[in-house]
Design a protein around this ligand. Structure first.
Ligand code: 5GP
Ligand code: ZN
Length: 117
């Protein structure tokens, strides 16, 4: 069922601490951990503990938790002392989504070009 932990989901396993991650922040509803393949000096993933496939599904079902994800993205940026940063939700395989558990990429610590590739 949507929202419940999925046995075959990598990020549900990180939430459950069944696989290791470099966790930088954790709240009742979210976990933030460093991306295994960082694209910038700060590259942290903020995820809800509940399982939804993408940001829109999370926002529709659990708007308060979607807001928690955004607040945590800001806290990650503050902790890494970033004045500027980018929050990205890749949505759909054509946009580069590879993990089907909502995650915000928080990127910063270098100049970020626009438009993105
Ligand atoms: P997406 O491509 O779905 O937007 O983002 C998935 C992200 O998860 C990628 O940036 C990828 O490097 C990261 N990732 C994939 N597997 C792992 C893992 O086992 N641990 C961590 N920390 N990050 C992972
Ligand atoms: Zn999941």
């Amino acid at each position: 069922m949507a929202g419940e932990a999925q046995e075959d989901c990598l990020f549900c396993k990180i939430v459950a601490k069944h696989i290791p991650a470099t966790i930088v922040r954790e709240t009742d509803t979210t976990v933030a951990f460093r991306d295994i393949n960082p694209q910038a000096p700060t590259h942290v993933l903020v995820i809800p503990k509940v399982h939804y496939a993408d940001a829109a599904e999370l926002a529709a079902a659990e708007p308060a938790i979607a807001a928690d994800v955004l607040r945590e993205a800001r806290s990650v940026a503050d902790e890494d002392k970033l004045d500027s940063y980018r929050i990205v939700f890749n949505t759909g395989s054509g946009a580069g989504q590879t993990v089907w558990h909502t995650h915000a990429h928080v990127l910063g610590g270098r100049g970020l070009e626009w438009p993105p590739g």
